[in-house]
Design a protein around this ligand. Structure first.
Ligand SMILES: Cc1cc2nc3c(=O)[nH]c(=O)nc-3n(C[C@H](O)[C@H](O)[C@H](O)COP(=O)(O)OP(=O)(O)OC[C@H]3O[C@@H](n4cnc5c(N)ncnc54)[C@H](O)[C@@H]3O)c2cc1C
Length: 458
């Protein structure tokens, strides 16, 4: 059945009744930012609704389902896969009006939050109480916890601590039609019934609207240390990383940067490593105040084949090292004003072969591959920069991008390790036909009228 193609005056008044005057935007200029996300793809919307309570979300979802209005749930819009883009004209449901930390319990090691809470603010709040919420997407200063959960965000510390999915104990979700569902709870263990909480994690806004989250916390490690390590090539760097794991060391984070990344970093700012260094690893370890020095020394012993290294102990010193990693995305624009990004994951043992294959594909299309990311869990950020005003460059870049996706599948990998399919990835490349069909049938059970985030996900 077709979707509403505009809102009538009556429907506009009904929307105002549901979320209040302050909870609606109809002004085209103010709506512009909501018609896109960090992917920069644009869509068309009739309105933005910003509920402030679960009751309002329920009423809104009852109304939208009955009126056949497409709904595009949105946190802070940092999706790089077009997860929030209104691919079908409709209403953006901004969840930023529900941004309260409801409780942090140091005895249950649990927090209850609304979905619009900012990730970094939440982490700071739990850390003040000696606790830790490990998922740490690089975009955490800008993201919402609801967005993190609906994309199953990963981050630097995934190698040791896992991803967002490992920290969601339960959630409340409003389905199309307005019914409120409560999945999971406050216990660390629960094996009664199907784990529907896990269905919601990574569901990209396709099953329901998350209105509350119950998150797992762990004790915060007392101390940490980082080391930036330089090698003559990515091959040397990844051989060295393998030695670290073989020695029984589990770092909190291990990032890699390929030769092209070092070139652009050197081009765009001061860098402390010598010219012979062509590839970098960045390790972080954490632990108690008593053991961190010992762990650091253990790690250093395994890095004896490095050309160069720089250590930092404690947040201020570590931040200086991590600043080089954080600079990669902004520095990449020296290779072109436009970007097609990838965040593929491959089995860990295939990381080097995959990056080298990606570089070859890029070179065959006259491009350079900006390859970096989470080496410890085989998650590669494979970015291609180009100039959209040059049709030949754009064509070669898109072709290379498709070839990268094919190569990931050939490596037994995943098209996306953390950003999701959104409206950019073709999950049919990766999923078996029967499995894909089963997912679509589950989606239909949650959302029979298909009003939620149409044309996104799977
Ligand atoms: C510079 C940069 C760096 C990044 N680094 C990382 C990284 O290291 N790791 C990583 O995993 N990602 C990263 N990302 C991608 C992005 O930040 C994550 O996907 C993040 O989890 C999105 O959070 P958000 O609040 O912006 O969600 P949004 O982008 O607003 O939404 C994401 C998805 O969740 C759905 N959604 C949001 N809230 C709800 C809700 N309450 N109920 C139902 N559905 C909802 C939306 O429909 C959409 O499909 C990065 C992005 C940028 C721009």
């Amino acid at each position: 059945m077709a979707y509403a193609s505009a809102l009538t005056e009556i429907q506009q008044r009904e929307l105002v009744q549901i979320v209040g005057e302050d909870g609606v935007i109809f002004d085209p200029a103010a709506m512009r930012v909501y018609a896109s996300d960090a992917s920069n793809i644009k869509g068309k919307i009739f309105a933005v609704a910003r509920p402030t309570s679960t009751a309002q979300v329920q009423e809104f979802m009852r109304w939208a389902d009955a009126e056949r209005v497409a709904v595009h749930p949105r946190g802070r819009g940092t999706s790089l896969s077009g997860g929030c883009v209104p691919t079908v004209p409709g209403i953006v449901l901004s969840m930023l009006g529900m941004d309260k930390i409801l409780e942090i319990s140091p005895t249950d090691f649990v927090a209850e939050v609304e979905p619009g809470v900012n990730t970094a603010a939440f982490q700071a709040a739990v850390e003040k109480m000696g606790l830790m919420f490990p998922p740490d997407p690089a975009s955490g200063k800008a993201t919402s916890l609801g967005g993190n959960v609906c994309t199953c965000a990963g981050g630097m510390r995934a190698v040791k601590y896992g991803v967002t999915r490992d920290y969601v104990l339960g959630c409340e979700v409003v389905l199309p039609g307005g019914k409120l569902m409560k999945f999971g709870g406050r216990t660390q263990k629960d094996v009664i019934g199907l784990d529907l909480t896990r269905f919601i994690v990574g569901s990209e806004g396709t099953l329901g609207i998350v209105t509350k989250l119950i998150l797992k916390l762990i004790p915060k490690p007392e101390s940490s240390a980082s080391v930036l390590v330089g090698y003559a090539s990515l091959d040397d760097a990844l051989r060295s990383m393998a030695k670290v794991f073989a020695a029984g060391i589990l770092p909190a984070a291990v990032e890699f940067m390929n030769e092209t990344v070092l070139e652009i970093l050197v081009k765009t700012g001061a860098c402390p490593w010598p010219d012979a260094v062509k590839s970098l690893l960045l390790f972080q370890i954490d632990g108690s105040l008593e053991t961190i020095g010992l762990e650091n020394a253990r790690l250093a012993r395994q890095l004896d084949d490095a050309l160069w290294k720089l250590e930092g102990v404690g947040k201020t010193e570590e931040d200086k090292l991590w600043a080089y990693r954080r600079r990669v995305t902004s520095s990449s624009y020296v290779l072109g004003p436009d970007r097609i990004g990838g965040d593929m994951a491959v089995p860990r043992g295939k990381l080097l072969a995959a990056v080298r294959r990606f570089e070859e594909i890029a070179a065959n299309n006259g491009k350079r591959l900006i390859g970096f990311g989470h080496a410890g869990d085989g998650n590669i950020h494979a970015n291609l920069h180009y100039d959209a005003s040059d049709p030949d460059d754009a064509k070669r870049t898109v072709k290379a991008h498709h070839e990268l996706d094919d190569a990931v599948i050939a490596f037994g990998g995943s098209l996306s390790g953390e950003h999701g399919a959104g409206c950019l990835k073709d999950p049919g490349l990766q999923l078996g036909r029967d499995e894909h069909e089963l997912m679509r049938r589950i989606r239909k059970l949650f959302d029979p009228g298909a009003i939620l985030n149409p044309q996104k996900g799977y």
